[in-house]
Design a protein around this ligand. Structure first.
Ligand SMILES: NC(=O)c1ccc[n+]([C@@H]2O[C@H](COP(=O)([O-])OP(=O)(O)OC[C@H]3O[C@@H](n4cnc5c(N)ncnc54)[C@H](O)[C@@H]3O)[C@@H](O)[C@H]2O)c1
Length: 361
């Protein structure tokens, strides 16, 4: 990979970054990455939902407002006080299964939460760029082999996916109504983009119903783990690849490059796509204590069988490229958990350093 990183990191050097959802899996990695580069960050999220959690383990030295994204006054005040140049919006009810048990909270958090962030940003003069994180699941899943491109139909079978598709429509509408590209530089100075990524893996995720955390937790307890849907194909991607994509996109927006104020897919190359069984096999090679049984359970909620994204746009226009292939991403993830459970050590900093070497930054 060419020297993708260096110019991007220069752009963030003296910028102020506001991150919603920084107590969660991806947000905590994004903060760790930016803090490693000495960038000023502030966070806004609910307190960590799990024990242990990556956010607390990292002991990040930056301000976090522990508040609900639905609390407009708190959110507006936090953004105004932070005076950010850029906002990364990651806060969400991010899981499919709870979206069946609490669809209202899922929609409020995801859709109204996104609306609140956009409104708060609109009222804050310092903001120049917003990167809003949705998901690969925003596409109407036709269960076909063809990878989905950014212009494909939006949809979403379950409440989580459809709430995120709604976010995409909301973002588009804000871009048309308030952050219109034709008026950029004269009527306003904000560029907004959305980022759609697939199944993201990495250490420090303790959310329920995620494959590698479930496998790692069971291994730490010397237990067998029951895994659903072994043939489900997913575009597995290391969290650092995903975050690097978000940062590259944010850098383009901060530079005022209007063409980038759009939706972007970030996913592994389609040849990399693997099913659950293959991922579990790689995990076992990295930590022999892992013991897996595959199951087809009854009363399962609907789960999409196949969903692959086309990453051509990010590869060709943004200059983004996955730094770690799927095999390496799984190894890095399982090694993170193995070290954590066996020694208590955190691999986060070392993996960021390793990743920066790969992307040549
Ligand atoms: N992890 C994945 O594989 C994946 C895949 C596609 C998209 N995403 C998206 O990426 C983003 C981050 O996902 P994650 O895996 O880190 O999720 P996560 O569940 O680990 O973290 C969610 C974050 O949102 C915050 N949050 C939730 N409800 C909130 C509320 N009402 N008010 C304020 N904060 C609230 C939580 O406190 C936490 O900080 C989400 O938008 C998610 O939909 C994740």
């Amino acid at each position: 990979m060419e020297n993708l990183g260096i110019s991007m990191f220069e752009i963030y050097k003296n910028k102020r970054v506001f991150i919603t959802g920084n107590t969660g899996f991806k947000g905590s990695w994004l903060c760790a990455f930016l803090q490693h580069l000495n960038v000023h960050v502030e966070g806004y999220a609910l307190p960590p939902a799990t024990q242990p959690n990556h956010f607390e383990l990292l002991k990040g030295q930056y301000k976090t407002s522990f508040a609900n994204i639905l609390d407009k006054e708190r959110l507006n005040a936090a953004i105004k006080n932070a005076k950010p140049d850029i906002i990364f919006h990651l806060a969400a009810q991010a899981l499919v299964r709870p979206s069946y048990t609490d669809p209202v909270n899922t929609y409020e958090t995801n859709v109204i939460g996104t609306l609140n962030v956009l409104e708060a940003a609109r009222q804050c003069d310092s903001v120049q760029a917003i990167v809003l994180i949705t998901t690969d699941k925003v596409y109407e899943n036709k269960e076909w082999q063809k990878p989905y491109t950014e212009t494909d139909e939006l949809g979403g079978y379950d409440m989580y996916s459809s709430s995120k598709a709604c976010c995409e429509i909301l973002i588009r509408s804000y871009r048309n109504s308030f952050f219109n590209l034709k008026e950029y530089g004269s009527g306003h100075h904000v560029l907004i983009a959305s980022a759609r990524a697939g199944n993201v893996i990495g250490g420090g995720d303790w959310s329920a119903d995620r494959l590698l955390p479930d496998i790692a937790i069971a291994a730490s307890l010397h237990k067998k783990v029951l895994i659903r849907n072994p043939k489900s194909v997913r575009p597995w991607q290391h969290v650092l690849d995903c975050i690097f994509g978000y940062l590259l996109l944010g850098a383009k927006l901060l530079k005022g490059e209007k063409a980038f104020a759009e939706a972007w897919n970030f996913s592994p190359n389609s040849a990399e796509t693997k099913n659950v069984e293959a991922i579990a096999d790689i995990a076992k090679q990295s930590w022999p204590a892992i013991d897996i049984e595959f199951a087809k359970l009854n009363n399962e909620v609907h789960e999409a069988g196949l969903l692959i994204l086309d990453n051509t746009k990010a590869l060709t226009l943004l200059g983004w490229k996955p730094g770690w292939d799927t095999h390496t991403a799984v190894e890095k993830t399982i090694t993170w958990y193995k070290e954590f459970y066996n020694t208590g050590a955190l691999q986060t900093g070392q993996q960021i350093i390793d990743y920066l070497k790969i992307i040549n930054a």
